[in-house]
Design a protein around this ligand. Structure first.
Ligand code: BGC
Length: 731
């Protein structure tokens, strides 16, 4: 009898516990409402702004934890001091650096993006971060933008496809991705105040789609504002952008935070969608007045507005609800894994993404791959053969456990060959964001390099840009499209003493390459992080067949780029405004439509094997608006090596009532094939994806009539063009 009563009690306790649990899991929103009901206005406001460089406060009384953040996007940044920008000097915060996002985009591979997201998310989780400040999806508008290396190229479809798996991968770790910088932060020059004017079509069709995909498909838990203004209002508190589009049309339920120091006004921050304000003003308490964070726009002054009724408490509650939701998704998530750092698996992901993203641009006389022959003399020339590229670049700078330089990678892989190295040129050190001219004698460096090159069988030049100010670096744009530090002349001089020369460009941006007639090989090597040298040596040696495709256009000269052909107001602007005069014709859309041949086109990249696309067909001639076009083709590897090719589908409309790009990327697939193998591919394009943004109706519109489907392996190498038509009377 007694036992029976005990069992009943136990049963009741289990029920209660289970009930509580089920409630917590299925009804977080109600739980959040209950918490909000217990909070004071002061407690709520304290959650809406920073309390240190990279955290915002919780409410200890109610057990609400702080939110910890870190840059992003290529790895987890070293710990920064609580209250100033100095590094904290921890000895346990070295991490894996993954390739820069331009390289990730060049893989044209969604699986690579997912693997990358999972791995960097695991490292963020291990480092106890709730928000990883990345990825960036600002569209590559000009090769001068100092921050292009952190973004996913010039095409909205490609960036959309690749941002989604990155977010999902990161968030499987209970770490929020923070997609940045919303929106039109397409230049670093004057980024803190410049006002961007652009057509509604350019905004909707080019600059917003990757952010939209991040919200609707990636379900990102946070997003970061851009520094600049859009149509006269700062992006951090922009009514149209944040209230109407992000939180309204797209139904974003996450947290919208400022870029560091990008808030400018209390009332606008309150009303136009800002949830957490970070990095405002000064260097924290170090040399500001006491209780500095209380002076943030979304702190004391905001509290006042709520208390005196100028801003309703519901507005504040909405912000707090979003922040609590993020906390439930991250630090309070029950299934949060523990994370890991510097594992073999992470290094393997970094290496694989690098291998997949390197783009072979030129290969005369099969210069690449280079065989490791006994006694072969390889001259490795150039500062970038040894320069650490995880240092510098701004907020994406990383403290790595190791970084394999290109030279080291070559030395490890080519054990039969004789490797010599000469620096060739010197860029000068960077200090406090300024580049100090090198004290090394440029003539001597050149002389030495020519001597080394003359006596070699093969010359490999590693050059490009670096992570210093006015190169690939935050808070400044490049000042020229040319290769800096006299590299152009040096390459020509080297080729005059040894014509068996190949160049590997280490950069996140296109550069002028007028010297390509004088070199045999050219590779775009990007910034590859910890595994740089290994991934490069893998491709240079032929252990891995290159399969990367350019996610950007290399114009022959800067003026050929749309943003640069239309005068200074179009780039860089007059320091107050910049007008995107090229409208929707960004990148290859401009080159194609205006018939300006690029040096290397979007989507272009060679392989050590040959592919052929044939039997290209579509399933119908006439489509209804609800249909999907099914494109089929055969892809054959005609060469003698295994390799991967990216089949690309573009769509264009030549007779239209609105301006159109000649063609736009709408689908792609990367496929690996053995020598001689053929694969049948099926790619799909929804007819609804052919809509343009109708500025008169303020809505997406589908035009009936004929369209062209272009299938090829580069935007300028189309194997076949097919005509289809869309008829709105068919269903
Ligand atoms: C950058 C952001 C970065 C933040 C925090 C800003 O300068 O624009 O991308 O996340 O600093 O370091």
């Amino acid at each position: 009898m007694k036992k029976n009563r005990f069992d009943k009690l136990k049963f009741l306790i289990v029920l209660l516990l289970l009930g509580g649990n089920v409630f917590a899991q299925t009804d977080t929103e109600k739980e959040i409402d209950k918490i909000i009901a217990q909070m004071t206005v002061d407690e709520k406001v304290t959650m809406c702004h920073a309390q240190s460089k990279f955290t915002s406060a919780g409410v200890p009384r109610l057990g609400i934890p702080e939110v910890w953040m870190s840059d992003g996007p290529h790895g987890v940044r070293a710990e920064i001091n609580w209250d100033n920008w100095g590094y904290a000097g921890w000895t346990n915060d070295s991490i894996t650096a993954f390739p820069a996002l331009t390289c990730l985009a060049a893989t044209f591979d969604e699986q690579s993006s997912y693997d990358y997201g999972v791995a960097v998310g695991e490292e963020a989780r291990y480092r106890k971060k709730d928000i990883l400040l990345g990825p960036g999806v600002n569209i590559y508008r000009t090769p001068l933008n100092g921050r292009n290396f952190e973004y996913m190229g010039e095409d909205p479809h490609l960036a959309s496809k690749l941002v989604v798996p990155y977010i999902k991968g990161v968030q499987t770790n209970g770490v929020a991705a923070c997609v940045k910088h919303f929106v039109a932060n397409n230049q670093e020059l004057w980024r803190g105040h410049i006002n961007v004017e652009l057509s509604e079509r350019a905004l909707r069709e080019i600059y917003l789609p990757a952010f939209k995909a991040a919200v609707l498909e990636g379900e990102t838990w946070s997003m970061m504002s851009a520094y600049n203004q859009l149509r006269g209002q700062y992006c951090s508190h922009n009514e149209e952008l944040v209230n109407t589009i992000l939180k309204g049309e797209w139904g974003f339920d996450g947290v919208y935070l400022t870029d560091w120091g990008a808030a400018h006004d209390t009332k606008q921050s309150a009303l136009y969608g800002l949830d957490i304000e970070m990095g405002t003003g000064t260097n924290g308490l170090t040399y500001s007045k006491k209780n500095h964070y209380e002076n943030y726009y979304l702190a004391g002054a905001f509290k006042e507005l709520v208390k005196n009724g100028e801003v309703s408490e519901e507005v504040l509650d909405d912000k707090v609800r979003r922040i609590l939701r993020l906390i439930y998704r991250t630090s309070l998530s029950e299934n949060r894994p523990l994370g890991s750092v510097n594992t073999d698996a992470h290094h393997e992901v970094a290496r694989r993404v690098g291998q997949q993203g390197i783009v072979l641009l030129q290969n005369e006389d099969n210069f690449f791959p280079i065989a490791d022959k006994l006694g072969l003399k390889i001259a490795v020339i150039g500062e970038n053969a040894t320069r650490m590229m995880t240092i510098g670049g701004g907020s994406s700078e990383l403290k790595v456990e190791y970084e394999i330089s290109p030279l080291q990678g070559i030395q490890e892989r080519f054990t039969n060959a004789e490797i010599t190295h000469a620096m060739g040129y010197a860029s000068g050190p960077s200090q406090y964001g300024r580049v100090i001219p090198s004290t090394l004698d440029a003539d001597e460096l050149k002389k030495e390099a020519l001597e080394v090159a003359k006596n070699a069988d093969v010359v490999l030049f590693f050059g490009g840009l670096n992570k210093s100010h006015h190169q690939d670096c935050e808070d400044g744009d490049r000042t020229t499209y040319d290769l800096p530090f006299g590299q152009g002349e040096l390459i020509q001089a080297l080729s005059a003493v040894n014509e068996n020369i190949g160049v590997v460009l280490v950069s996140g941006n296109a550069v002028a390459t007028p010297w390509t007639d004088q070199v045999k090989g050219l590779m775009q090597g990007w910034y590859l992080g910890s595994e740089t040298g290994h991934a490069m040596a893998d491709v240079i040696s032929g252990d891995v067949n290159p399969s990367g495709k350019l996610p950007i256009t290399f114009p022959k000269k800067l003026e050929d780029n749309g943003a640069h052909q239309l005068g200074e107001l179009s780039y860089p602007g007059d320091s107050v405004n910049v007008e995107y005069k090229e409208g929707i014709l960004v990148g290859y859309r401009w080159h194609d439509t205006k018939k300006i041949a690029p040096k290397y086109a979007f989507g272009y990249g060679l392989s050590y094997t040959d592919f052929e696309i044939s039997e290209i067909a579509v399933d119908k001639k006439v489509y209804a608006p609800v249909d999907e076009i099914t494109i089929t083709c055969d892809l054959k590897n005609n060469g003698e090596l295994k390799g991967a090719e990216v089949v690309q589908v573009y769509v264009g409309k030549n007779k239209s009532k609105v301006e159109r790009a000649l063609k736009e990327l709408k689908a792609f697939e990367k496929v690996e094939l053995s020598a001689g193998e053929t694969s049948k591919l099926t790619l799909k394009v929804a007819i609804s994806d052919l809509k343009y943004y109708d500025e008169e109706q303020s809505d997406w519109a589908l035009e009936s009539g004929d369209y062209y489907i272009y299938v090829g392996n580069s935007s300028d190498n189309i194997s076949k063009r097919l005509k289809i038509s869309v008829d709105s009377n068919v269903n």
